[in-house]
Design a protein around this ligand. Structure first.
Ligand SMILES: [Zn+2]
Length: 311
Protein backbone atom coordinates (compact mmCIF):
# COMPACT_ATOMS: atom_id res chain seq x y z
CA UNK A 1 0.00 0.00 0.00
CA UNK A 2 1.49 3.39 -0.96
CA UNK A 3 2.23 5.74 1.96
CA UNK A 4 -0.58 8.16 2.77
CA UNK A 5 -0.07 11.88 3.30
CA UNK A 6 -0.23 11.24 7.02
CA UNK A 7 2.56 8.61 6.77
CA UNK A 8 4.71 11.06 4.83
CA UNK A 9 4.04 13.79 7.38
CA UNK A 10 4.90 11.41 10.21
CA UNK A 11 8.19 10.43 8.54
CA UNK A 12 9.08 14.07 7.90
CA UNK A 13 8.25 14.90 11.53
CA UNK A 14 10.41 12.04 12.87
CA UNK A 15 13.43 13.08 10.76
CA UNK A 16 13.08 16.72 11.83
CA UNK A 17 12.70 15.76 15.49
CA UNK A 18 15.83 13.60 15.24
CA UNK A 19 17.74 16.54 13.69
CA UNK A 20 16.29 18.69 16.46
CA UNK A 21 18.35 16.59 18.92
CA UNK A 22 21.46 16.28 16.72
CA UNK A 23 21.82 20.00 15.97
CA UNK A 24 21.57 21.32 19.55
CA UNK A 25 24.04 18.62 20.71
CA UNK A 26 26.48 19.59 17.94
CA UNK A 27 26.01 23.31 18.71
CA UNK A 28 26.76 22.77 22.41
CA UNK A 29 29.86 20.65 21.63
CA UNK A 30 31.27 23.09 19.05
CA UNK A 31 30.56 26.20 21.14
CA UNK A 32 31.96 24.44 24.23
CA UNK A 33 35.19 23.81 22.29
CA UNK A 34 35.27 27.46 21.14
CA UNK A 35 34.84 28.62 24.75
CA UNK A 36 37.82 26.48 25.81
CA UNK A 37 40.05 27.60 22.89
CA UNK A 38 39.15 31.26 23.32
CA UNK A 39 39.57 31.41 27.10
CA UNK A 40 42.43 28.94 27.67
CA UNK A 41 44.51 29.34 24.53
CA UNK A 42 43.71 32.76 23.08
CA UNK A 43 43.24 34.81 26.26
CA UNK A 44 45.07 33.01 29.09
CA UNK A 45 48.00 31.20 27.47
CA UNK A 46 48.77 33.81 24.86
CA UNK A 47 48.02 37.05 26.69
CA UNK A 48 47.82 36.60 30.43
CA UNK A 49 50.72 34.18 30.87
CA UNK A 50 54.17 35.35 29.84
CA UNK A 51 55.09 33.55 26.65
CA UNK A 52 57.83 34.26 24.13
CA UNK A 53 58.51 37.49 25.96
CA UNK A 54 55.01 38.84 25.17
CA UNK A 55 52.22 39.62 27.57
CA UNK A 56 49.03 41.67 27.33
CA UNK A 57 47.40 40.87 30.65
CA UNK A 58 44.97 43.81 30.65
CA UNK A 59 43.59 42.94 27.21
CA UNK A 60 43.46 39.22 28.07
CA UNK A 61 41.48 39.73 31.29
CA UNK A 62 39.16 42.34 29.74
CA UNK A 63 38.38 40.05 26.82
CA UNK A 64 37.68 37.08 29.13
CA UNK A 65 35.19 39.14 31.18
CA UNK A 66 33.39 40.57 28.11
CA UNK A 67 33.39 37.12 26.54
CA UNK A 68 31.69 35.50 29.54
CA UNK A 69 29.02 38.24 29.65
CA UNK A 70 28.12 37.98 25.93
CA UNK A 71 28.40 34.17 25.78
CA UNK A 72 26.56 33.76 29.11
CA UNK A 73 23.58 35.78 27.83
CA UNK A 74 23.65 33.84 24.53
CA UNK A 75 23.53 30.50 26.37
CA UNK A 76 20.84 31.74 28.75
CA UNK A 77 18.58 32.80 25.85
CA UNK A 78 19.38 29.60 23.96
CA UNK A 79 18.40 27.42 26.94
CA UNK A 80 15.21 29.45 27.44
CA UNK A 81 14.19 28.41 23.91
CA UNK A 82 15.59 24.88 24.19
CA UNK A 83 13.58 24.12 27.34
CA UNK A 84 10.48 26.15 26.49
CA UNK A 85 7.03 24.67 26.01
CA UNK A 86 5.56 25.73 22.66
CA UNK A 87 2.10 27.26 22.99
CA UNK A 88 -0.26 24.67 21.52
CA UNK A 89 -3.79 25.52 20.43
CA UNK A 90 -5.35 22.32 21.74
CA UNK A 91 -6.99 24.04 24.72
CA UNK A 92 -8.86 26.69 22.74
CA UNK A 93 -12.59 26.51 23.08
CA UNK A 94 -15.37 27.54 20.77
CA UNK A 95 -16.14 30.52 23.01
CA UNK A 96 -13.44 32.49 21.25
CA UNK A 97 -15.57 32.43 18.11
CA UNK A 98 -18.83 33.54 19.60
CA UNK A 99 -20.91 35.67 17.29
CA UNK A 100 -20.01 38.94 18.99
CA UNK A 101 -16.28 38.78 18.13
CA UNK A 102 -15.69 41.86 15.97
CA UNK A 103 -13.13 40.28 13.67
CA UNK A 104 -11.15 37.09 13.30
CA UNK A 105 -9.17 35.38 10.55
CA UNK A 106 -11.37 32.84 8.83
CA UNK A 107 -10.98 30.33 6.03
CA UNK A 108 -11.55 31.20 2.34
CA UNK A 109 -15.17 30.06 2.77
CA UNK A 110 -15.85 32.53 5.58
CA UNK A 111 -16.04 29.88 8.32
CA UNK A 112 -13.68 29.76 11.34
CA UNK A 113 -10.44 27.93 10.54
CA UNK A 114 -10.24 24.33 11.68
CA UNK A 115 -7.04 22.30 11.44
CA UNK A 116 -7.51 19.26 9.19
CA UNK A 117 -5.11 17.19 11.33
CA UNK A 118 -5.75 18.34 14.93
CA UNK A 119 -9.43 19.20 14.37
CA UNK A 120 -8.96 22.18 16.69
CA UNK A 121 -10.06 25.77 16.13
CA UNK A 122 -7.31 28.06 14.98
CA UNK A 123 -7.17 31.53 16.56
CA UNK A 124 -5.66 34.48 14.68
CA UNK A 125 -2.01 34.03 13.70
CA UNK A 126 -1.86 30.35 14.69
CA UNK A 127 -0.82 27.59 12.32
CA UNK A 128 -0.23 23.87 12.18
CA UNK A 129 3.41 22.82 12.64
CA UNK A 130 4.43 20.01 10.31
CA UNK A 131 7.15 18.88 12.73
CA UNK A 132 5.38 18.75 16.07
CA UNK A 133 2.16 17.92 14.19
CA UNK A 134 0.20 20.24 16.43
CA UNK A 135 -1.36 23.66 16.03
CA UNK A 136 0.69 26.44 17.56
CA UNK A 137 -0.27 29.93 18.74
CA UNK A 138 1.43 32.67 16.72
CA UNK A 139 3.52 30.08 14.91
CA UNK A 140 6.73 31.56 13.51
CA UNK A 141 8.72 28.57 12.22
CA UNK A 142 10.23 25.30 13.37
CA UNK A 143 13.89 25.78 14.24
CA UNK A 144 15.99 22.61 13.99
CA UNK A 145 18.91 24.34 15.75
CA UNK A 146 16.89 24.38 18.96
CA UNK A 147 14.54 21.52 18.07
CA UNK A 148 11.50 23.68 18.88
CA UNK A 149 8.60 25.47 17.25
CA UNK A 150 9.25 29.19 17.56
CA UNK A 151 5.94 30.72 18.58
CA UNK A 152 4.13 32.98 21.03
CA UNK A 153 5.73 31.46 24.15
CA UNK A 154 9.41 31.59 23.09
CA UNK A 155 9.70 34.09 20.23
CA UNK A 156 11.17 36.75 22.52
CA UNK A 157 13.88 34.39 23.81
CA UNK A 158 14.68 33.27 20.26
CA UNK A 159 15.13 36.89 19.22
CA UNK A 160 17.36 37.56 22.24
CA UNK A 161 19.41 34.46 21.40
CA UNK A 162 20.01 35.79 17.86
CA UNK A 163 20.90 39.22 19.28
CA UNK A 164 23.38 37.98 21.89
CA UNK A 165 24.71 35.23 19.60
CA UNK A 166 25.54 37.79 16.92
CA UNK A 167 27.21 40.09 19.47
CA UNK A 168 29.22 37.23 21.03
CA UNK A 169 30.37 35.97 17.59
CA UNK A 170 31.33 39.48 16.52
CA UNK A 171 33.20 40.05 19.76
CA UNK A 172 35.15 36.77 19.48
CA UNK A 173 35.98 37.45 15.82
CA UNK A 174 37.26 40.98 16.43
CA UNK A 175 39.10 40.32 19.71
CA UNK A 176 40.87 37.20 18.36
CA UNK A 177 41.91 39.14 15.26
CA UNK A 178 43.18 42.03 17.42
CA UNK A 179 45.14 39.72 19.72
CA UNK A 180 46.69 37.93 16.79
CA UNK A 181 47.54 41.19 15.03
CA UNK A 182 49.25 42.50 18.17
CA UNK A 183 51.38 39.42 18.65
CA UNK A 184 51.57 38.18 15.10
CA UNK A 185 55.30 38.78 14.87
CA UNK A 186 55.94 36.20 17.61
CA UNK A 187 54.27 33.12 16.16
CA UNK A 188 52.31 31.68 13.26
CA UNK A 189 48.50 31.43 13.40
CA UNK A 190 47.64 28.10 15.13
CA UNK A 191 44.86 25.82 13.82
CA UNK A 192 42.81 26.37 16.99
CA UNK A 193 42.77 30.14 16.39
CA UNK A 194 41.81 29.62 12.73
CA UNK A 195 38.90 27.42 13.88
CA UNK A 196 37.70 30.13 16.28
CA UNK A 197 37.98 32.81 13.59
CA UNK A 198 36.06 30.80 10.98
CA UNK A 199 33.34 29.66 13.42
CA UNK A 200 32.78 33.14 14.83
CA UNK A 201 32.75 34.60 11.30
CA UNK A 202 30.11 32.06 10.34
CA UNK A 203 28.15 32.92 13.51
CA UNK A 204 28.19 36.63 12.63
CA UNK A 205 26.92 36.03 9.09
CA UNK A 206 24.33 33.36 9.88
CA UNK A 207 22.87 34.76 13.09
CA UNK A 208 23.28 38.35 11.92
CA UNK A 209 21.22 37.65 8.79
CA UNK A 210 18.50 35.94 10.84
CA UNK A 211 18.55 38.78 13.37
CA UNK A 212 18.07 41.35 10.63
CA UNK A 213 15.16 39.42 9.13
CA UNK A 214 13.51 38.90 12.51
CA UNK A 215 13.97 42.58 13.39
CA UNK A 216 12.14 43.72 10.24
CA UNK A 217 9.28 41.28 10.93
CA UNK A 218 9.15 42.28 14.59
CA UNK A 219 8.91 45.99 13.78
CA UNK A 220 6.08 45.31 11.31
CA UNK A 221 4.35 42.90 13.71
CA UNK A 222 4.59 39.85 11.48
CA UNK A 223 5.87 36.40 12.27
CA UNK A 224 8.00 34.53 9.71
CA UNK A 225 4.95 32.62 8.56
CA UNK A 226 3.04 35.83 7.82
CA UNK A 227 6.16 37.50 6.42
CA UNK A 228 6.50 35.04 3.55
CA UNK A 229 5.43 36.90 0.37
CA UNK A 230 3.60 39.38 2.63
CA UNK A 231 3.34 42.02 -0.09
CA UNK A 232 1.03 39.79 -2.11
CA UNK A 233 -0.63 38.00 0.81
CA UNK A 234 -4.40 38.30 1.27
CA UNK A 235 -6.21 37.36 4.50
CA UNK A 236 -9.81 36.32 4.94
CA UNK A 237 -11.76 37.81 7.83
CA UNK A 238 -15.11 37.21 9.39
CA UNK A 239 -16.37 40.56 10.71
CA UNK A 240 -19.34 41.72 12.73
CA UNK A 241 -20.03 45.34 13.63
CA UNK A 242 -23.31 45.13 15.60
CA UNK A 243 -24.33 48.76 15.07
CA UNK A 244 -24.30 48.29 11.29
CA UNK A 245 -24.89 44.59 10.71
CA UNK A 246 -27.29 41.85 11.63
CA UNK A 247 -25.02 38.92 10.72
CA UNK A 248 -21.34 38.17 10.15
CA UNK A 249 -19.75 39.14 6.81
CA UNK A 250 -16.77 37.59 5.05
CA UNK A 251 -14.26 40.15 3.72
CA UNK A 252 -10.75 39.98 2.28
CA UNK A 253 -7.79 42.21 3.00
CA UNK A 254 -5.80 43.81 0.18
CA UNK A 255 -2.34 42.50 -0.80
CA UNK A 256 0.33 43.96 1.50
CA UNK A 257 -2.08 44.85 4.32
CA UNK A 258 -0.59 44.48 7.82
CA UNK A 259 -3.60 43.77 10.06
CA UNK A 260 -1.67 43.78 13.38
CA UNK A 261 0.78 46.61 12.65
CA UNK A 262 0.43 49.07 15.56
CA UNK A 263 3.54 51.16 14.85
CA UNK A 264 7.18 50.27 15.58
CA UNK A 265 7.04 50.93 19.32
CA UNK A 266 3.85 48.98 20.09
CA UNK A 267 4.89 46.17 17.73
CA UNK A 268 8.22 45.83 19.49
CA UNK A 269 6.64 45.92 22.97
CA UNK A 270 4.00 43.36 22.01
CA UNK A 271 6.79 40.76 21.74
CA UNK A 272 9.67 42.10 23.84
CA UNK A 273 7.65 43.49 26.76
CA UNK A 274 6.87 46.97 28.11
CA UNK A 275 9.98 47.49 30.26
CA UNK A 276 13.38 48.17 28.76
CA UNK A 277 15.05 45.58 31.00
CA UNK A 278 12.70 42.89 29.65
CA UNK A 279 14.10 43.59 26.19
CA UNK A 280 17.52 42.46 27.35
CA UNK A 281 16.76 39.80 29.99
CA UNK A 282 15.47 36.40 28.83
CA UNK A 283 13.19 35.80 31.81
CA UNK A 284 9.67 37.14 31.28
CA UNK A 285 7.55 35.92 28.38
CA UNK A 286 5.84 38.18 25.85
CA UNK A 287 2.68 39.89 27.17
CA UNK A 288 -0.75 38.64 26.13
CA UNK A 289 -2.44 35.25 25.88
CA UNK A 290 -1.31 34.24 22.37
CA UNK A 291 -4.92 34.17 21.15
CA UNK A 292 -6.13 37.76 20.91
CA UNK A 293 -4.15 40.35 18.98
CA UNK A 294 -4.95 44.04 18.69
CA UNK A 295 -5.84 45.13 15.16
CA UNK A 296 -4.56 48.26 13.45
CA UNK A 297 -7.42 50.84 13.77
CA UNK A 298 -7.11 52.02 10.13
CA UNK A 299 -7.17 48.44 8.94
CA UNK A 300 -10.22 47.72 11.08
CA UNK A 301 -11.95 50.80 9.63
CA UNK A 302 -11.13 49.60 6.11
CA UNK A 303 -12.62 46.18 6.85
CA UNK A 304 -15.74 47.86 8.26
CA UNK A 305 -16.18 49.87 5.05
CA UNK A 306 -15.66 46.75 2.95
CA UNK A 307 -18.15 44.79 5.01
CA UNK A 308 -20.85 47.46 4.98
CA UNK A 309 -20.52 48.06 1.27
CA UNK A 310 -20.72 44.34 0.46
CA UNK A 311 -24.08 43.75 -1.27
ZN1 LIG B 1 -3.08 21.20 13.64
Amino acid sequence: MPPTDFDKQLKFSKIQKFLGVVYPTAILLVTGYIVWVYVALVCVNSNIKVKNGYRAMGAGITFVILFFISVGLSYLSYFRVLFSNPSYCGDITLDYYDDTTTIFVCGPNGAPRICGTCKCWLPDRSHHSRVSMKCIKKFDHYCAFVGKDICFSNHKFFYQFLFYGTIASLFVLISTAIMYARKGEYRSLPGTWIFVLISSGFGVLFMGALLLRQTVFLLLNMNSHEGRKWKSKVYHFSVFFPEQMTSRVHVQSDPGDLPWDLGYSKNWRSVMGDHWYDWFLPFRRSPGNGIHYEYNPSFLHKMRLKATSTP
